[in-house]
Design a protein around this ligand. Sequence first.
Ligand SMILES: C[S@@+](CC[C@H](N)C(=O)[O-])C[C@H]1O[C@@H](n2cnc3c(N)ncnc32)[C@H](O)[C@@H]1O
Length: 271
Amino acid sequence: MPRRNASPQVTITEPEVAEHWDHNADSWTQRVRAGMDVYREFYNNPAFLAFIGSLRGRTVLDAGCGEGSNTRILARSGARLTGVDLSARMIELARIEEQREPLGIRYEVESFTALSAFADATFDAVVSFMALMDGPDFPAAAAELNRVLRPGGQLCFSILHPCFMTKGFAWLPGEDGQEVGLRIGGYFDATPWVERWKFGAAPDAAAAEPFAVPRFDRTLSDYVNGLIDAGFVLQRVHEPRPTAEACAAHPWLRKWHDHATTFLYFRALKP
Ligand SMILES: C[S@@+](CC[C@H](N)C(=O)[O-])C[C@H]1O[C@@H](n2cnc3c(N)ncnc32)[C@H](O)[C@@H]1O
């Protein structure tokens, strides 16, 4: 009995992932920098930055850094940052911003599954914001991130929660139209797919072209066992909920407070 279902005919390669993110990059960058990603601003970033804690004085890799907004947040807080991303356009936009506001960040076009520019044990810490579910090979990524960490170094990453954000996910409305629960489907379906979505709170959301985001669904055990197989010791997991203040400012976030969580965070140690 196979542990997971996947259609062998459907593959999405890393070069194809890069193409999608190159295509998304300009619109993504403009919108993220304008604060239009409400999940990021009011829910995910505050919770994940608190989960990471202070990296002041540390040498840190941001794996899948995109256009670098979060890389810059960590650099401004006193860490020495390197950002890598598969998308050449994302890295170009990050470098332009580094010229405008120099923070000493080095950016490279690299896959987090093959960090050829970096020797073993280069970094005190590796962080990754919402990127490790976007690549096809998590075991390879975990092994490579372990390789570039110093012994005693930590990997902290956020992903879409694999148990809730499945292919068959849908909200279940109650009699008054308010969400009362979730439908989950296809949890074991590992067939890669391209999800299309927008930052719904953007003023021009109705007219905007959706982002095309390759998704590689995994089970919770794929992530936990991938970390263990790569040599990590799991230290902490966290399932963030929007705060009362965030729900008051954006009432549609309340369903994520009451019924489920969008995100899952891991902290793992390289012994
Ligand atoms: C949802 S975006 C997040 C970007 C950034 N971390 C942020 O929080 O704004 C996911 C990023 O992962 C990158 N990515 C996907 N697969 C990758 C890989 N194998 N190596 C490096 N980056 C990758 C994409 O190019 C994209 O920029």
